[in-house]
Design a protein around this ligand. Structure first.
Ligand code: F6P
Length: 309
């Protein structure tokens, strides 16, 4: 997100446009948390995780009164257009706000979950994948040295994108994904197959949105069915959301911030920027929020099923 903030600030200033940073997202619009930004305000932030402008879940912005207050505040501050960075909550807020008020809005998809349409990749997803893969590598040392089965739970909310990508990249023996809705019996089959092929340790990735009740529950059921397994659980949690962004995310954030400003200058609004096949694109917010279009990469799924045997 910091790479995107930096690019928005520097691209706007390049075009002689003044930039106001808003702390805590929509909450800051309501509470008047504004700060003038210049090129130096975004020095040395491209390598930092999180966001220098801070983040908040804002319930007030879900109300008409909250949005009216936000609009009056940004207008009195002299703000003529908004760039909002975040996930589906941010996008939904931006859509409603820009329909109610005459203010150009451009969104930048920032979430580790990769669960927004209009882009192949959301900001933070690649960094989170790298973090998970590094964790799997480390866990595997114990798994293989001690002949253990590890259940590793990863984030992603309802999306299995991190689980699938990190599962393939980390060489997981099995992956439980919310999109596939597979039951424990399928997992047991995978474990029996692995044992029959003389595998002495396993890494099973469980997406947090998986419907089998989380890694501890899956571990408990598997232990009941196959008592001789030495099972351990590792829930990676919020370490997946922090840390220095990957090279891919820094460049993507920079491209997204640059495009967001340029698209606003061209008169584009109520849209999100995204990347499709290495081309920067924009997509109307309405389409970007249509998550029915979202699906896992079928080819990667097929590959995972061959690699894990
Ligand atoms: O949406 C990003 C995400 O990290 C999800 O993967 C996870 O379910 C959720 O946020 C965690 O949110 P919080 O930090 O509020 O617990």
């Amino acid at each position: 997100m910091n790479a995107a903030i930096r690019a928005v600030v520097r691209t706007a200033i390049y075009h002689d446009i003044a930039v106001t940073g808003i702390y805590h997202g929509y909450q800051g619009m309501i509470d008047r948390e504004f700060v003038d930004m210049n090129r130096r305000s975004v020095s040395s932030i491209i390598q930092k995780g999180g966001t220098i402008l801070k983040s908040a879940r804002c319930l007030d912005f879900k109300t008409k009164e909250g949005r009216e207050k936000a609009y009056n505040n940004i207008k009195s501050q002299g703000i003529d257009a908004l760039v909002a960075i975040g996930g589906d909550g941010t996008f939904t807020g931006a859509k409603i706000f820009s329909e109610e008020y005459d203010i150009p809005v451009m969104c930048i998809p920032g979430t580790i979950d990769n669960d927004l349409c209009g882009t192949d990749y959301t900001l933070g997803y690649d960094t989170a994948n790298n973090t998970v893969i590094e964790a799997i590598d480390k866990i595997r040392d114990t798994a293989s040295s001690h002949n253990r089965v590890f259940f590793v739970e990863v984030m992603g909310r309802d999306s299995g994108c991190i689980a699938l990508s990190a599962g393939v990249g980390g060489g997981a023996e099995a992956i439980l994904l919310p999109e596939l809705n597979s039951g424990i019996d399928d997992l047991l089959d995978e474990i029996y197959l692995a044992e029959s092929r003389n595998k002495t340790s396993m890494i099973v990735i469980i997406a947090e949105g998986d419907k089998n009740g989380g890694a501890y529950n899956v571990a408990k059921i598997v232990k009941e069915k196959i008592p001789h397994l030495d099972i351990k659980v590792s829930i990676l949690g919020h370490l997946q959301r922090g840390g220095a962004p990957s090279s891919f995310d820094r460049i993507l954030g920079t491209r997204m911030g640059y495009i967001a400003v340029n698209e606003l200058l061209k008169g584009n609004s109520k849209a999100t920027v995204g990347i499709r096949g290495n081309q920067m694109v924009t997509t109307p917010l309405e389409e970007a929020l249509n998550t029915k279009e979202l699906k896992l990469d079928d080819e990667l799924l097929a590959i995972a099923n061959i690699m894990n045997k």
